[in-house]
Write a protein that binds this ligand. Structure first.
Ligand SMILES: [Zn+2]
Length: 412
């Protein structure tokens, strides 16, 4: 009990002081889970307040987990790995070094661009600028308010009447900075590109874009902890936040999510306990027919579609696979970036309560996808800023192919 109180005190102190977490000499371990005993021991670590936390939470046997370990825990962890014979590999030796190298050393840029990452106020400033510059094409929406009272915004781009609607949800996970950078890049291309294929895409569809859904978490990654994933609503045991992509009201907390508030994949106490997920669901239901719903994540280079809660194929599984295959082919053309496609449950793991499963299962959007952007783990969530443009270019190539194939199959 004493320890717990101390831990709560330590966490609250960090919050109150607003000190920025550092990860000097912190390692990232990739762990292969091979039996129930290992799984339980690794899940127990989710309650640890010793500076360790998961990048990939331990979900099930035969899957990988990834954990950040501070230097003072190296010996304990080595002992645990030896004792339980957990296969492990160090993937990052000094996490702080990656974070320090994420942004360019010198940037003379004074206007918004895509050679570095921006915080929420800068992104919203840029939205205001383009809204002012393109009033006939763009419409602003306030989707709702976050737990900490920030506005979640959306922009609709529409160049003509009676277009089919494509929805992009971005940055539901706070630390996935590449998602909002890519989203704003694509929106900017829709407005300014001379490429006829890009212009056709902007012309022939209405695009509703939420650049940052998890506004509190994203702000926290800039102010306090670069590695934050969840929302910022406090829960028990001194732990904060639920996983907003396990919080949707479709097979909520069935599988591949956690009831432990300290877990990185905590589903929340009930469906839509997180105001951000609730607000977005209401917004999606209010805008009329959505033909294609897309959620942007990083990392792993995957393109996934429903379902996450079961390996049973969705009714139009084959169509979604066919569209997925065309999309990943197009993504690989420019830089050879290699994506895999398939349904969530068989491509990564069973995971229920995600936004795309809800959009598909409840809001009845006929095709829905989750992108997991670059890379495959070398930098992970800390993708260097000089990859923003190449990542965005290949994703845009993918969207062109996706729309083409979806139209071919009469979804758009
Ligand atoms: Zn994510």
């Amino acid at each position: 009990m004493k320890l717990l109180t101390l831990a709560i005190f330590a966490v609250s102190f960090l919050l109150v002081s607003g000190e920025k977490a550092r990860f000097d000499d912190h390692r990232v371990y990739s762990l292969k889970i091979q039996n129930e005993k290992q799984l339980e021991a690794l899940q127990d670590l989710e309650n640890s307040q010793s500076g360790m936390f998961y990048l990939e939470a331990p979900i099930s046997i035969h899957k990988l987990a990834e954990i950040i370990v501070p230097p003072h825990k190296f010996a304990d962890m080595t002992e645990l790995f030896d004792k339980l014979e957990i296969e492990n590999r160090i993937t990052v030796n000094n996490l702080q070094k990656l974070i320090d190298e994420e942004q360019p050393k010198l940037s003379s840029r004074t206007t918004f661009g895509w050679d570095k990452y921006y915080d929420l106020p800068a992104i919203y400033n840029w939205l205001d600028e383009i809204l002012q510059e393109y009033p006939d094409i763009l419409t602003n929406y306030d989707v709702g308010t976050s737990y900490e009272n920030r506005t979640i915004r959306a922009v609709k781009l529409s160049k003509k009447k009676n277009n089919a609607t494509i929805f992009i949800e971005s940055t539901i996970h706070a630390r996935e900075w590449i998602t909002v950078a890519t989203t704003t890049y694509i929106l900017n291309e829709f407005l300014t590109s001379n490429d006829p294929e890009v212009q056709a895409l902007a012309e022939n569809y209405d695009w509703i874009i939420v650049p940052v859904l998890n506004v509190d978490g994203y702000s926290f990654t800039h102010s306090n902890n670069r590695m934050w994933r969840k929302t910022r609503q406090p829960y028990g045991s001194g732990c904060v936040g639920a996983d907003p992509n396990r919080n949707w009201d479709f097979h909520h907390n069935d599988v591949g999510s956690s009831s432990n508030p300290c877990s990185e994949i905590y589903a929340g106490p009930k469906p839509f306990s997180e105001p951000e997920a609730l607000a977005l669901s209401k917004f999606v239901e209010s805008i009329g027919k959505v033909n294609l719903y897309i959620s942007f994540h990083s990392y792993s280079q995957l393109l996934m579609f429903p379902y996450g809660h079961t390996t049973d194929p969705a009714p139009n599984h084959d169509d979604m696979l066919q569209i997925g295959e065309q999309t990943v082919d197009a993504i690989s053309e420019r830089y050879g970036t290699d994506y895999e496609t398939g349904d969530i449950a068989s491509t990564i793991y069973l995971a229920s309560g995600s936004s795309i499963d809800w959009a598909y299962g409840v809001a009845k959007v006929p095709i829905t996808y989750t992108f997991e952007f670059r890379d495959k783990g070398k930098n992970g969530f800390i993708l260097p800023a000089d990859q923003i443009i190449p990542n965005s270019e290949e994703v845009l190539d993918g969207l062109i192919a996706m729309a083409k194939e979806a139209k071919e199959l009469n979804y758009l």
